[in-house]
Design a protein around this ligand. Sequence first.
Ligand SMILES: [Zn+2]
Length: 159
Amino acid sequence: MDLIFKCPQCDQELEVDASGAGSEITCPACSQTITVPNPEPANIVNIPTPPLPLPPAPKEGKHFVVPVHDKPADELIQKASKPLDVAAKEGDKKLRIKTFKHTDCQEVGKDRFDEIISAFLDKVGQANIVSINPINYSYVEMVGHHVVTDYGILVVYRG
Ligand SMILES: [Zn+2]
């Protein structure tokens, strides 16, 4: 607890510990010897007052934490329901795969690989195509019995 008073000589505002009330001090501003006044409500600075509002603050903080936890829980329930609705609407369509081997798309003198896959993708529809994955496979050539590595495509789609 401090006393705040004004020097009677120079009007300088001074702050002195309350234990110094009634004692004589030298004013740091005018160097005159002055007497520290007795504590009065008007000139008492209650030092413990500022820290007091701080302890209730954590309690308020805890009260705020409760609604913060409630809100995400509600949001999670709402968010979870949306994917379920989507799954229900697409429930009639199953996830399927279609594998295209390059060699299966050969006609005499013609390579129809791109043409066949383009036609398939167009039939399935862009919205139903989950992924298109390149594949490699090996087979033994009919003529010459060489092991040949060729390529193909694996399409994952809903249909
Ligand atoms: Zn003074």
